[in-house]
Design a protein around this ligand. Structure first.
Ligand SMILES: [Zn+2]
Length: 109
């Protein structure tokens, strides 16, 4: 299912940008240009309250800056709780596959 995008205006220059529906109530919105210009002035707390309209191709280079420690600390535990069961099952599967693989190597000797 594709995220529904809504039109919002950049809180800094007024340019029209798109915002995912579930982030529309974020305190501020910023276009990518303003983010580039202003990011050094924003504290981590401010960054966590600003929706930034990131072009997908910029996401990888910017993400480490956006994902500051405070955000990781806030979001990751929740993410971990949500995904833990899945991750656990995945790890168990990997371990059992590895085990089978090891046994096959041993058998071939
Ligand atoms: Zn702007």
């Amino acid at each position: 299912m594709k995220e529904q995008m809504l039109k919002v205006n950049c809180s800094f220059c007024g340019k029209e940008i798109e915002c995912p529906r579930d982030m529309v109530n974020t305190e501020k919105h910023s276009c990518f240009e303003c983010f580039e210009k202003l990011k050094d002035n924003w504290s981590d707390i401010e960054k966590s309250k600003i929706h930034i309209d990131l072009p997908p191709e910029k996401l990888n280079e910017v993400l480490p800056e956006v994902l500051t420690d405070s955000i990781v600390e806030e979001i990751f535990p929740q993410l971990w709780i949500d995904k833990k069961t899945g991750i656990k099952a995945d790890v168990q599967k990997r371990i059992s596959q590895r085990y089978i693989w090891c046994r096959c190597i041993c058998c071939n000797r």
